[in-house]
Design a protein around this ligand. Structure first.
Ligand code: FAD
Ligand code: DLZ
Ligand code: SF4
Length: 521
């Protein structure tokens, strides 16, 4: 006898899910479904699909072992309706359930689709009347209500102030009411370039595919043969125990250097000291507060310095929570914002097309192989290039949502539309994150061996970032010249020789023309 359905989505794989906490093993049925609608609203990286499906299957098995009744739809089940709403309706009809509960999805699109479940109550005679109730997601450290209370009445919603509030409220890295170490933020200590690959031996913990993963890999290979991205080798954690082991491994081996090399990039090291935990936290396999507490403990035990621990905790307690707050605060139109009116098509280089730019080639190839790039690669290589070249931000958003294993709209969109593309007009960032090639050269080893020369400012060998940087600033001068954080950039331009300025802009135009024509750049 089933009276109620508890829907569990592919990124809600937590044993502390509030819907399960309210549930009854005897009378509730957990419904989970692998469906084409979710697997193809963007062309997800095959590793991402495999991660979600394998983790879903293992989570369902763990629930069953724990005494829950679970109805699980596999992608190739013949009766699969291939939408979440379709699968809920099918299970409602099959089991005669009267109501459905679900933790609110992390995306406006799916929230609207699921709301149809209540809309059809009593009106559509084909469908068994269902009561649908959305439960607040308590897996974030701050609730959306808390974020809204913080945001209320503020002219600007800057992460740093929200973060301090979160530190105080959760007693993380606090010494009474003062921040541990005497300052809130140690970011200025976190900008060391990397010196060589032997600094970074450990890498993230990798897992051999077990039977469940192997079966899913075959399915994904068969069903999504042309999606961008390499499926094998597949080494992600796919259950909570493995994710916990990945966290322990990070804390033991890489947290110590996380701060120093947070912004560094190396061609032969895809991970450096980054945690590679985002995909596990976002899917529910790790609890964000517990991750912060584990890092804080490492500091207290003397295992990692304050700049590393504060920097790491700021990413989760600060950025991740803030980003989620912004997504729901700003509303469903957020992903279509285009404040700078950028309309160029996403160039083929993002899908592995030929390019002479070594930094772009590396960031994209790594993305193809690992479904992963770290923050500075996303922000200052692929994101920087898209912004400077004036690519349509919605196309950029869809690319990021597709290619990274940790990408769900609530977290990806504010990072891309806001932080990286400035398409929200400054809600997330106080100025656009743009740089010439000099920044990439300082923070990476990409420029050595690039076909372009980072020291050339004009001419055929000139690094495209050098050309486009000025082109971007000049074409948006009206929007940015009053920004106090950008005045220095404009005064540098104004001091440049007139002929040089003309050449830079002409060379940039030529480059952009080739990009628009689909020629390799
Ligand atoms: P680390 O660098 O080791 O950081 C530790 C943790 O902090 C991460 O696991 C993550 O949980 C959190 N974190 C760090 N920065 C952010 C941030 N800006 N927003 C939210 N959480 C953060 N993150 C995603 O989870 N999904 C995305 O789709 C995503 N898209 C991005 C797109 C762009 C253009 C940019 C600039 C950033 C994006 N980020 C995204 C944020 C960040 O790049 C990733 O969280 C991080 O690279 C994940 O790798 P990691 O686990 O090794 O993180
Ligand atoms: C990302 C994803 C994929 C690839 N497939 C599924 C799926 O088949 N079934 C499912 O329940 N969830 C999947 N997901 C995760 C959802 O897309 C995610 O829950 C929403 O985007 C909201 O964050
Ligand atoms: Fe990238 Fe320019 Fe350096 Fe080449 S020279 S790797 S294009 S920043």
């Amino acid at each position: 006898m089933v009276s109620r359905i508890i829907l569990v989505l592919g990124d809600q794989l937590s044993r502390n899910l509030p819907s399960l906490a309210q549930g009854c093993k005897a009378t509730d049925l957990v419904v989970m479904a692998e469906v084409r609608d979710e697997a193809s609203y963007v062309p997800h990286h095959p590793k991402k699909i495999a991660f979600v499906f394998a983790a879903m299957r293992k989570f369902a098995a763990a629930l069953q072992a724990d005494g829950w009744q679970v109805a699980y739809t596999r992608l190739d089940d013949p009766d699969n309706t291939h939408s979440i709403v379709g699968e809920v309706r099918r299970r409602v009809a099959q089991h005669g359930a009267q109501s459905v509960i679900a933790v609110e999805p992390g995306e406006w699109r799916l929230r609207a689709e699921l709301d149809q479940l209540s809309a059809c109550t009593d009106t559509n005679t084909d469908v068994i009347p269902t009561q649908y109730r959305r439960i607040t997601d308590s897996r974030f450290i701050a609730s959306q209500d808390e974020f809204e209370a913080w945001a209320k009445g503020r002219k600007q919603l800057r992460m740093e102030y929200f973060y301090r509030e979160m530190r105080r409220r959760n007693h993380i890295l606090m010494d009474g009411d003062k921040p541990v170490g005497g300052q809130w933020n140690f970011d200025h200590d976190n900008r060391k370039p990397a010196k060589g690959k032997d600094l970074f031996q450990a890498g993230p913990l990798k897992f051999d595919p077990d039977d469940t993963v192997a079966e899913v890999l075959d399915l994904v290979e068969r069903e999504f043969p042309s999606n961008f991205g390499r499926l094998r080798p597949f080494w992600f954690a796919t259950d909570a125990d493995q994710a916990q082991a990945s966290l322990d491994h990070f804390i033991a081996h890489r947290l110590e250097t996380f701060g120093d090399y947070q912004d560094a990039m190396l061609a032969d090291d895809s991970f450096l000291s980054h945690a590679v935990l985002g995909l596990y936290i976002n899917a529910g396999l790790l609890d964000p507060l517990k991750v912060c507490q584990a890092a804080e403990k490492a500091y207290k035990d003397g295992a990692a310095p304050i700049n590393a621990v504060e920097g790491f905790i700021r990413q989760i307690l600060g950025w991740r929570e803030y980003i989620r707050g912004i997504y729901f605060h700003e509303g469903p139109d957020y992903t279509s914002r285009n404040k700078l009116n950028h309309n160029r098509k996403l160039p083929d280089v993002y899908w592995g097309g030929e390019t002479r730019m070594r930094c772009m080639a590396h960031a994209v190839a790594q993305t193809r192989d690992e479904a992963y790039a770290h923050h500075i690669q996303r922000l200052m290589v692929t994101g920087n290039f898209a912004l400077l070249a004036g690519i349509d931000p919605h196309a950029v958003h869809e690319w990021y949502l597709a290619v990274y294993a940790d990408a769900y709209e609530w977290v990806e969109a504010p990072n891309v539309i806001g932080m990286s593309q400035f398409a929200d007009g400054g809600v997330v960032a106080s100025k656009p994150y743009v740089s010439s090639g000099a920044y990439i050269n300082r923070m990476s080893d990409y420029c050595k061996g690039c076909d372009y020369s980072v020291s050339h400012k004009t001419g055929d060998k000139a690094c495209p970032f050098n050309l486009l940087y000025w082109h971007f600033l000049i074409r948006h001068r009206e929007s940015f010249s009053q920004n106090p954080r950008m005045g220095q950039m404009y005064s540098t331009w104004d001091k440049m020789d007139e002929d040089r300025r003309t050449t830079v802009l002409k060379n940039a135009e030529k480059f952009l023309h080739r990009l628009s024509e689909g020629q390799p750049v």
